[in-house]
Design a protein around this ligand. Sequence first.
Ligand code: PLP
Length: 415
Amino acid sequence: MDSTKYSLADFIDIPDQDIMGRARIFAEYTEDSRRRGHAHFRRVSLDGSGPTMQVIDPLTGKVNEMIYMASNDYLNLTKHPRTIAAGRAALEKYGSGAGSVPLLGGTLDIHIELEQKIAKFKGCEAAILYTSGFGSNCGTLLAMLTEKDVAILDLLVHASIIDGCKKTNVQYFRHNNMESLERALKKAKDKYRTKLVVVDGVYSMDGDIAKLDQIVELAHAYGAYVMVDEAHATGVIGANGRGTPEHFGLEGKVDIVAGTFSKALGAVGGFIATNKELVQLLHFYSRSYMFSTAPTPQATGSLIAALDVIETEPELRAKLWDNINYFRKNITSLGYDIGNAETAIFPLIIGDGFKVREMCRRCHELGLYVNPVQYPAVPERLSRLRISLMSAHTREHLDRALEILEHVGREFEVI
Ligand SMILES: Cc1ncc(COP(=O)(O)O)c(C=O)c1O
């Protein structure tokens, strides 16, 4: 099999193959891709997230120290002494697991403390915790929306939102385009019971920010609610790192604030912050909450400390923004197209999936860990390398990464 002739989309379904046949054919594709040095997925780390990371080379099996620019650990809280100490203390006090689902014995006092802390941080009345951000988006939407309702989604929302809308009607609007949103709202106006506009605060593949001020105004004018997924915004944007509502001065005005604990907050899990009544409804009707064991004590303890760190160590966010501004200035002056990126995520738009894979291979060889994003995740003409920055990247890390990207960009004639 010549893997360069295919994309992941070709294996979603293979006519005349049952699941095992499909898996065998897909294995041929991944093996050829690995041989070509294009196996950039599931590269194995020996020391976890940090500005550099020890990575096993998928081709040679050797361990290389690489500059790591693919993490969502924006503030490096995965290894902050306070998050580690608090996680360790919770592990020792409560054990390695919560032991049960939250409604039937799994709720610990630290879960309540984290719920209250994240609700306050997000300017909402109450919050509910989940064991993943995917589960919180998906489980909440499935609990809220039925065939009588409609979800009005930005075209680029996260997969967890799309999967959560499988039981309801869906209308898409063009990415961050207010005319398109208004058309969708008009169309939905008298047709559905609950109308819910769902957007990401910061878009995960593009690093741009939702026009949340206009979105909230428009949605409310048409009788729709707004849900914002703060996965890549929490800890990064807003004067105090409280995310997109804070960035636009809208705290307390967004109906449902969703988020994950797995990115800037440095652990794992998800949350929904909203009003008390809706949180209580989700306790009983959100299946990924009700039928899933409560978050681990260690993650919960670490997350309480992570929120304290965000509040008391603003210098981490300031350093992240220094890095973002420095990198943006230099990467654009090299001639790369970064679209509308404004946060810690940088797409380097190349527009050719094969070139992206080859560039990623060369970056890997030169010691820079970045990710390829290709069709079907984005249209082929928007294939890109995706880079994300952290506060712990030093000027030397950034300069070396820029040097590698300049070298590779010239080699493949994209700058
Ligand atoms: C925008 C967005 N929402 C939700 C999620 C899911 O979060 P989690 O990784 O905690 O499941 C992710 C990423 O993984 C994301 O990028």
